[in-house]
Each structure stands twice: as structure tokens, then as C-alpha cells.
Design a protein around this ligand. Structure first.
Ligand SMILES: *Cc1c(COP(=O)(O)O)cnc(C)c1O
Length: 418
């Protein structure tokens, strides 16, 4: 009889070892209850940007909880949310003027999809066709699973998922196929929206594509009046080398989804930003045009204070310099594996580096994940490969010597599968 009271995410309790109990975090490091140290080389699932417990974020949280813990956000507002929304509009690609708060990356994308459908309905041209990139990941709710790649992870829920038009991933050298497919999809029948992860598909295997292709996809959507939804839940907050990945393509999406690093990874908060056109389609004396979405903790003041502190860190500290430095360290560490025949496809963008382990047959892969995770933990490193893809996505405070430990552990990883 299984006795796991706590049911962990993406965890097969019948097969996996007991979870590691963490009692403290500081900078790039976690500390277990029995005082061993683990380097958080995946930023605790891509959320921690500046490091654990950045003093400015901790102070902002303390100060806010002493003033106002929470208040309903319909019919009420508060300083932390208003200040944060102003700042978000300032730093986001120009033209995004309205901010809707929710509490996770999944909900930020659900909100974006609902905004898109609401937009078309409210202007009297109902459109419901959604297009998305092959291998995309947008969350684990029914709507975001529908937009994301299908596989073993969502097979049980398949009957409830809605159809989306799947656009092939722009593999290097085959970008035109993607653009042609998007163009064809737009011509076939009007699209309500096209949802994409800009420059890199995260959970789909750290698949990188170029800013030119991103810009061209945006132009095609513009030509056909399909709303462009940028899911920057992972890529936002500096991960790809700029504050937002869309900057590198010089584009402003119609709707932008932010979460993960929004609070520096300290507390759950998400924001969906929209252009005036989307907001104005919902702005009406007709109540049926209201944007009908809320969650209990919408714009929680403590989470908003943490996010405002994150933005102040971007203003007050040389965050982009740190990112550039970390990106350089990642690129040169990755280069040391380039000639190693046990690996293939080394790739990096900004602070993210990834490489694939060569594995002979796919069946083998199923057991590789847990064995690799155990190997890394034994070396005091938190890494969580996606299939045979090992990726490193550490907080920006990670030092050269920290990173050397990570790559030493990666170098010895193929041995555990031999
Ligand atoms: C993680 C992620 C999400 C989902 O965010 P949650 O906070 O886990 O719900 C959505 N989109 C992308 C691109 C992500 O990486």
C-alpha cells in the first residue's frame, strides 16, 4: 500500500526515490535538511533568475505582508499591482498597454487564449481556430495542453483536448517549411490566434530557432489578421540574453504571457499583457463583452511586491552584464563537449545551454531520466534532463566554478547509462 500523502508533480511514486528534503536556499544553492548542498542548475524549474532569496525581494515581501496580505481584485485595487502594471508596460515591447494578472504560466496562456476568442466574438467576427508550433509547451491545463504537443503526458486527457492547427517547428535550414505552413493555415480559414514560444521551445526539448523566423511568423499573422500570442513564460526575464525574447526579433505580440521569473522565482504570479485593440474589444456598455476570468489570488499584493522588487533589481543592478557573462561561460563550457562523440547537438541561447546524449534505442530512454537525475544528485547538482536532452539553465548569480561542477557531472553522465 502506497503511503505517499504528498502527491508530487510529474512523479511516478512507485518508481522514484523519496524526494529530497530542502530546508534552505541561497543564491544558486539549495541546502538539504541534513546539511548537504545542491547546486540549482535548472533554477528550480526555470523560475529563479537572480538566485534564491535575493535580499531586495525578501525585504519587499516582508514589508508588503505587514501592510496588506490580500484583497479581492474585482472592484478593488492596490498600490503594488498598479505600480507593477505601470512598470511592466514600460519594459515590455512597445504597444502592450494592458496587464491582466493571474497566478501561473498555464493560466497566463489560458487567459491569452480566452482574450483572443473574446476579441473575435466581441467584434462580431467569431473565430476559434488556434495554431501552435509543433513540440510547443504552454502548460498543463486542458486549454494549454490542447495548444501544446501531444504525447504520453496528456494521452489520458486527449478526448477533452481541442484541435489546433500544428505548424512544423522551424528546424535550422527548413524555416521556409514553417513559414509556408503558417501561410497556408491562414489562407485555409481565418485563425483566431497563433501561439508560440519565441526563439526556444523549452519543455519540447530546448529547440532553438532564429529571430528572423520569429519576425517572419509575426508578419504572416499580421497580413492575415491572426492574433500573435507570445508565450514568454520561460524565455522572459533575460533567459535568452535580452529581457524578452521578442526584442531580438523587434516584434510586439498582440498578447504576451509572463510568469516564472516575474517575481524572480520567489512567489507565484503571472501576467498577460495585451494591446489596446484587445482591451477595447472588451470595453463596452454591453456587459456580455466583459472579460470573464478571475482566480482567487489575482494580483496578490505580496506577489506583486515581489515582482516589483524583481523589476527594481533589473533597474539597480547590472543584470544584463551578469547574463552576458553567464552566457559566455555556458557557451565555452558547452564547447568542451563539442568533440565528445557520446554527445550531439550542442546548442545555446543566452543563459540556456543544451546537449543531447546519444542513445541507441528509445526504449532505453524511459529509464535514463531517473538514472541521470540520481547521478547528478550524487554530484550535488540539480539537473533534470528532458528525455536524452541535458540542459543547464542556472540562476544568473552562478559562478564559473559552480558551472565547472555542473559540466564535470555532465561529462561523467554517459557512464551511468553504459
Ligand atoms: C512552464 C511553462 C508554462 C507553464 O507555466 P506554469 O507556471 O508551470 O503553469 C507555460 N509556457 C511555457 C513556455 C513554459 O515554459
Amino acid at each position: 500500500m502506497a503511503r505517499n500523502i504528498v502527491w508530487h508533480p510529474f512523479t511516478q511514486h512507485a518508481l522514484e526515490p523519496d524526494p529530497v528534503k530542502i530546508s534552505r536556499g541561497k543564491g544558486a544553492w539549495l541546502e538539504t535538511h541534513d546539511n548537504s548542498r545542491i547546486l540549482d542548475a535548472i533554477s528550480s524549474w526555470w523560475v529563479v533568475t537572480h538566485g534564491h532569496r535575493h535580499p531586495a525581494i525578501v525585504a519587499a515581501v516582508r514589508e508588503q505582508i505587514d501592510r496588506l496580505d490580500h484583497v479581492i481584485f474585482a472592484g478593488f485595487t492596490h498600490e503594488p499591482a498598479e505600480r507593477l502594471a505601470d512598470k511592466l508596460v514600460d519594459v515590455a515591447p512597445p504597444g502592450l498597454a494592458h496587464v491582466f494578472f493571474s497566478d501561473s504560466g498555464s493560466t497566463s496562456v489560458e487567459v491569452a487564449l480566452k482574450m483572443a476568442l473574446g476579441y473575435w466574438r466581441n467584434i462580431g467576427q467569431p473565430r476559434t481556430r488556434i495554431a501552435a508550433l509543433e513540440h510547443g509547451y504552454h502548460g498543463d491545463t486542458i486549454g494549454t495542453m490542447s495548444a501544446g504537443a501531444r504525447g504520453v503526458f496528456n494521452a489520458a486527457y486527449e478526448p477533452l483536448l481541442f484541435d489546433v492547427v500544428r505548424i512544423p517547428f522551424p528546424h535550422p535550414g527548413r524555416e521556409q517549411e514553417t513559414l509556408d505552413a503558417l501561410e497556408a493555415a491562414c489562407r485555409e480559414a481565418p485563425l483566431a490566434a497563433f501561439v508560440v514560444e519565441p526563439l526556444i521551445l523549452g519543455a519540447g526539448g530546448m529547440l532553438i530557432y532564429g529571430a528572423d523566423t520569429l519576425a517572419e511568423m509575426k508578419r504572416i499573422c499580421e497580413r492575415h489578421d491572426a492574433l500573435f500570442i507570445a508565450d514568454e513564460v520561460m524565455t522572459g526575464w533575460g533567459r535568452t540574453g535580452t529581457l524578452f525574447a521578442c526584442e531580438q526579433a523587434g516584434i510586439t505580440p498582440d498578447i504576451l504571457c509572463l510568469a516564472k521569473g516575474l517575481t524572480g522565482g520567489s512567489l507565484p504570479l503571472a501576467a498577460t499583457l495585451a494591446t489596446p485593440r484587445i482591451f477595447e474589444a472588451h470595453f463596452s456598455e454591453d456587459r456580455t463583452r466583459t472579460f470573464f476570468h478571475s482566480s482567487s489570488y489575482t494580483a496578490n499584493p505580496v506577489c506583486c511586491a515581489a515582482a516589483a522588487a524583481n523589476l527594481a533589481i533589473w533597474d539597480n543592478e547590472p543584470v544584463l552584464d551578469r547574463i552576458t557573462k553567464l552566457a559566455g561561460l555556458q557557451a565555452s563550457a558547452l564547447a568542451t563537449l563539442a568533440d565528445d562523440t557520446r554527445f550531439e547537438n550542442p546548442r545555446c541561447i543566452g543563459t540556456i545551454a543544451a546537449i543531447d546524449l546519444k542513445v541507441a534505442d528509445g526504449g532505453y530512454l524511459a529509464t535514463a531520466g531517473p538514472r541521470l537525475r540520481a547521478h547528478f544528485l550524487k554530484h550535488g547538482i540539480l539537473l533534470r534532463p528532458l528525455g536524452n536532452t541535458i540542459y543547464v539553465m542556472p540562476p544568473y548569480c552562478t559562478t564559473a566554478s559552480d558551472l565547472a561542477l555542473v559540466y564535470d557531472a555532465i561529462r561523467s553522465a554517459p557512464d551511468v547509462l553504459a
